[in-house]
Design a protein around this ligand. Structure first.
Ligand SMILES: [Zn+2]
Length: 223
């Protein structure tokens, strides 16, 4: 059990809340459906909205990490100086905590957007305006195949690590095994091809994919 901040560290025990990552099996079913031409609007919405809430949490945590925390009671921005014991007080509603306690609520939860903030922000901007399930599916697909743009490709990693449950290595192998078929949108197949190209550029991802592909040779036959 990890140590949790004491209730009295947050006014009225109101804590910042962060949406969890999306479950792998839902994403896998989404792609299997697409490959067979099955349109499951409910599933598209479940994954799409889950990702939307997750992206909103990532943007909020990233902003907090950069010095501007969001008050969980009234959404006002509370600036801070990254000192653990620093008391943060919302000037709008009086809610309080320390920066240390606030930080702990999102620490180690893959919530800092890093080099993929542009992809999370783009999804948050466009998803609510998508007009059809197909459009929503393409936005989901584009988001899941985005990469963190880092100065050095060595540290490059898929944005999906912030979005889908599992260890970073599991998520990368998972993305590599999503199903594409006759009925999959051509744009989705293109995204996957582009994703593989970018994945090859980071040596650690290339090696990881090689190893995981070798472990499942039979599944790839007939591709
Ligand atoms: Zn407030």
């Amino acid at each position: 059990m990890m140590s949790m901040p004491l209730p009295d560290q947050f006014t009225d025990n109101i804590r910042p809340r962060w949406h969890p990552r999306v479950k792998q099996h839902l994403v896998r079913r989404l792609y299997e459906n697409e490959a067979q031409g099955i349109l499951d609007e409910e599933l598209i919405n479940a994954v799409g909205i889950g990702l939307l809430l997750r992206c909103q949490s990532i943007l909020k945590a990233t902003t907090a990490h950069e010095g501007r925390a969001t008050c969980p009671r009234c959404d006002n921005i509370i600036p801070h100086q990254w000192h653990k014991d620093e008391v943060m007080t919302c000037t709008q509603c009086g809610w309080q905590t320390t920066w240390g306690a606030y930080f702990k609520t999102y620490q180690d939860k893959q919530l800092v957007g890093g080099g993929a903030v542009f992809a999370f922000a783009d999804y948050v901007e466009h998803y609510p305006h998508a007009q059809s399930p197909r459009e929503r599916m393409l936005l989901i697909d584009r988001l899941l195949h985005a990469f963190h743009h880092e100065l050095t490709q060595l540290f490059s990693r898929p944005a999906a690590c912030n979005l889908i449950e599992g260890k970073i290595t599991q998520v990368i192998a998972f993305l590599d095994t999503l199903t594409y078929g006759e009925q999959s949108p051509p744009e989705a197949k293109d995204e996957y091809t582009a994703w593989c190209g970018r994945a090859q550029k980071a040596s650690w991802i290339r090696e990881l994919l090689q190893a995981s592909r070798q472990r499942r040779p039979n599944e790839r036959e007939g591709d």
